[in-house]
Design a protein around this ligand. Structure first.
Ligand code: CU
Length: 540
């Protein structure tokens, strides 16, 4: 499997606890920035301590739970081995990823959480329409859980599908270093999904390291605030060696979750036939053949894949990268995993049933109830933009130079590692601004009541000084992406997170069902902590 792609550039002798310049890949060094470092203290957990002090993390276990069951979940420091290097990282229950929680739809479990890491944390149950008290947002739904403290979460599974849990404090560090896990909520009926021989849970991630270990984080604010922290080592389920052995003709259902800080993946499965079935909070209205699956941070997709050719099928991130300096696109592939397809044919042939595309009357009926709202005017119009201050002059000049040149709708890779690294949450503010009132981020004070259907239109301004795609997440409710750039979405699905590409206008039709105080924010960890969030209130 792939190792580190590029050697780091050195700024002199390596000192533990000192900033190291990030791996530059093929990108040129920017003149004038040779000695620059982010304006914050560098941070890594366990710095100056012997990694042997911490227990080696182990692959995760599956917890099959029933309504009313209670589990313990503890965040701790662990030792991990990635790409031949030992790192001090975090784990839930000493595992990577965190335990896979499986429970039936409609059930409620209790999670007794304890914090044994060195900074405050919480657990957010991403995508669940649960009781507001247990949503895990510090200072909004609960105080942060300090080191040594505990919190009791009641986690209710209202919708079937694949969900995930992660901290809502310094996600750029805590989530990046291993605090994430899936929840698989089983549907009540056996034929909810089409037939498959097996189900695989696949968590996509990346991590940034060089030959000396992990790259430091900002102690008080995230680095990489412009584009988010892209890793240079790809991880599937926390490891670099994901592989699967199947028989010829097997249909594998993959439950994909993207937990990366910033990277959007474009997942391909070699020549195997891929059918997309479901996303965040429901199935699609109808199944659909796809060549690849675009999955932004925090999104989930469920795909059925038929492996009918013997040999090796590669799971890859297949992208068109952009070189901002040369103004060129270049094709780029990151290996994510391998599927070995045996010559031996699988016992039960599902190919004929796999070959059909199912329509889901239940989903169409559920969504159809909202169709009358599709054409209504937007209730709220937001624009995504950015403000910078006090960035080093070479960065500002470079950004000014690029402004007005071609901007890609999606950033698939870190096209400017040096500039990105040096920009912190102190200098960069990412903004969701109400286009009518001018209110920015937390200045917005929306108030809704249960039963409301709200159309939020988000325009991602391509004229800002460095535009970025934003995966926008809304807590505690579900929404439909009804329209992108004035074009109706032909195949709808209930979502909790959706991409707003650069230059695009995306309509979110938000169904208000769950009272409380809820967040809406960009799920790029660095953008969230550079301001890109707001909260809204829902009355009974
Ligand atoms: Cu963002």
């Amino acid at each position: 499997m792939q190792g580190m792609q590029h050697e780091g550039h050195m700024m002199g002798p390596v000192e533990e606890g000192a900033w190291r310049m990030p791996p530059m890949g093929d990108m040129p060094m920017m003149p004038g920035l040779e000695m620059a470092v982010p304006p914050d203290d560098p941070y890594l957990p366990g710095a100056g301590m012997d990694p042997e002090m911490f227990p080696m993390a182990r692959p995760n276990e599956v917890l099959d739970l029933e309504d009313g069951d209670e589990i313990d979940l503890k965040a701790t420091l662990v030792r991990r081995n990635i790409s031949g290097k030992t790192h001090v990282m975090y784990g839930y229950n000493g595992q990577y990823p965190g335990p896979l929680i499986r429970a039936p739809q409609g059930s409620t479990i209790v999670v007794n959480f304890s914090n044994d890491i060195e900074m405050p944390t919480t657990v957010h149950w991403h995508g669940l329409r649960l009781d507001n008290r247990f949503d895990g947002v510090p200072d909004v739904t609960q105080p942060a859980v300090n080191p040594g403290e505990t919190f009791r979460y009641e986690v209710h599974f209202r919708d079937s599908g694949i969900y995930w849990y992660h901290p809502h404090v310094r996600e750029d560090i805590q989530q990046d270093l291993g605090l994430y896990g899936n929840m698989m909520v089983a549907p009540p009926n056996d034929d909810y999904y089409g037939p498959a021989h097996r189900e695989e849970v696949v968590i996509l991630d990346d991590i940034l390291m060089d030959e000396h270990g992990l790259m430091h984080f900002g102690a008080s604010t995230p680095t990489h605030a412009l584009m988010g922290r892209f890793g240079n080592v790809m991880l599937v389920n926390g490891a670099t060696d994901y592989n699967l052995e199947v028989k010829r003709g097997e249909v594998v259902r993959f439950f994909l979750t993207n937990v990366a800080n910033s990277r959007t993946f474009n997942v391909t499965f070699g020549n195997a036939k891929v059918k997309v079935v479901a996303s965040d909070v429901s199935k699609f209205e109808r199944e659909q053949w796809v060549r690849s699956v675009v999955i932004a941070p925090a999104e989930r997709y469920v795909v059925d894949v038929l492996f009918d050719q013997p040999g090796e099928a590669l799971i890859e991130n297949t992208i068109q990268a952009i070189d901002h300096f040369r103004g060129e696109f270049f094709p780029h592939v990151d290996l994510l995993g391998r599927v070995f397809v045996a010559e031996q044919v699988v016992d039960e042939d599902l190919s004929e049933r796999f070959g059909g595309l199912r329509e889901h009357d239940d989903v169409q009926a559920d969504i159809g109830a909202y169709r009358e709202y599709f054409g209504k005017a937007a209730d709220i119009e937001l624009e995504a933009t950015l403000r910078i201050k006090d960035l080093p002059l070479p960065i500002v000049l470079s950004m000014e130079f690029e402004k007005g040149l071609y901007v890609p709708p999606m950033e698939w890779n870190d096209t400017m590692p040096m500039m990105n690294w040096l920009s912190t949450g102190k200098q960069v503010t990412w903004i969701l601004r109400d286009r009518t009132t001018g209110a920015e981020n937390m200045e917005n004070q929306w108030s809704f009541k249960v039963g409301d259907v709200v159309k939020i239109r988000i325009f991602n301004d391509p004229e800002t000084i460095h535009p970025m795609n934003h995966p926008v997440h809304i807590h505690g409710q579900r929404f439909l992406v009804t329209e992108i750039d004035g074009v109706e979405n032909p195949n709808l699905v209930w979502k909790d997170t959706a991409i707003v590409p650069v230059g695009s206008t995306v309509d979110f039709l938000l169904e208000i069902t769950n009272p409380g105080d809820w967040m809406m924010h960009c799920h790029i960890a660095e953008h969230l902590h550079a301001g890109m969030m707001l909260s809204f209130h829902v009355d009974e």
